[in-house]
Design a protein around this ligand. Sequence first.
Ligand code: GLC
Ligand code: CA
Length: 555
Amino acid sequence: MNQTWWKEAVVYQIYPRSFCDSNGDGIGDLQGIISKLDYIKELGVDVIWLSPIYRSPNNDNGYDISDYQDIMEEFGTMADFDQLLEEAHRRGLRIIMDLVVNHTSNQHKWFLESRKSRDNPYRDFYIWREGKDGKLPNNWGAWFGGPAWEYDKQTDMYYLHLFTPEQPDLNWENEIVRKKIYEMMTWWLDKGIDGFRMDVISMISKVPGLPDGELLETGYGDVSHACAHGPRVHEFLQEMNREVLSKYDIMTVGETACVTVEEAKKYSGFDRHELNTVFQFEVMDMNFNENGKWNDLPVQLTKFKSIFNKWQTELDGCAWNALFLGNHDQPRSLSRFGNDTTYRVESAKMLGTCLHMMQGTPYIFQGDEIGMTNAYFEDLNDYRDIESYNVFHHLTEEKGMPKETVMRYLQLVSRDNGRTPMQWNDQENAGFTTGTPWISVNKNYHEINAAAATKDKNSIFSYYQKLISLRHRSSLIVYGSFHMLMPDSEEIFAYERVLEEQKLVVLCNFTDQTVDYAMDLSGYEKLIGNYDGILNGQLRPYEAVVVQKNMIFKD
Ligand code: GLC
Ligand code: CA
């Protein structure tokens, strides 16, 4: 397999609004990030993925962009960005930017022009349709609730928005739109950034004719199947690759909702000239039911394992996995897959082990390295995310669910759980801001914070440092093939990695009990684990242990 830096890298995702506030306005900013680069370097990662920092009215926290070549006022200036890039590069850290080009903000100058008249030169930058018999152009529902169409009085037509009405979808069929986007990407790459994470990139090509989707519980037609992996998406990405990406030594990762293994091989196959990798959401979405993610179903380990097993084995040798258990759109991975009370430290290390020992490029979401947990807000007013509000009203008012039930769902799966401020120390507001934070700090910051973690040799942070450095020193961990062991166990996630003579076995207990296993580990040596020693044939609560044979280390 071809060796490349982005396969060997570990990525750290920063959600800038919640990372570090330098000027006391309660909102994280670029100077705040600069002040924490040493911390990120100390962790040992190679790449930072910055969630959007562009000019934005913040209807969807920066995923609604009004100017792609300017910085959000609350975050700083372009000079601050240039300084951030330089300071990161000086420390050997690369930066990849979020690229949000399925839609813009409705405040983007293209849209302001487009809505002016039916014959405006920018009209065709967006997707405008006539109503059908006095009704919406089709039955599609928007991702965050409500219809996917917004009526615009000015020209008596509707425009398409797969997300909020403030996020009109760009018309990728229009080649001028594509050209403008490629120019903008080139401008950033010429500045020296190291790649892109591409927001909902699987949705850019819409099925011609925009046919109705299958009617869902929400009362709207399914939009994901009408828009995910549309007929021209691969053509567009190959064009983007030809015109832009292939000219730089960068990394790309696509956010591809509803992606299957087959489809992922098209986006990121080594011979496809599209993207380097994609995020698949099968694990994140494994508990979806008729209310989507809004439920309290427990995680079934065999299902979790079989999804990883499929992606690990089927991409091996032909495409590359992006490994993650959470991000800014998800609850905290520790609260979801581990135990955020009695075994918080053990289970955070176990989850880190389980993920970082697989084949692929691991992503750490800010705060996971210190074991941050869900916020479990008790008051609806503590939430900030538009999706959470929309769903609360939909489930309580339209579907008549009890408020307590829906509040419980929000506590478990709201995106805001992953968006509370980074916990830096045990001072006021966890050291995130001297002002009033835009979203409340998790109450547990006295115990869970970076200052404490970086001082403690046994902390989750120290353990992550070891995981990352092992990956840097071992081709087996990066490139070895994956074989699942004990597939039927509902308690243990076990697998081996093999590269020629080199071998490692990973055993992870996903329960709060001591569990037995029948596997002979004689001849193996312990590489890393979250408890002292190894018990014979037993794993302690949330224990993770990795053993190896014939492993070769660099340097
Ligand atoms: C992606 C982003 C999410 C955003 C949405 C619309 O899923 O990760 O945060 O709300 O796209 O841009
Ligand atoms: Ca600030």
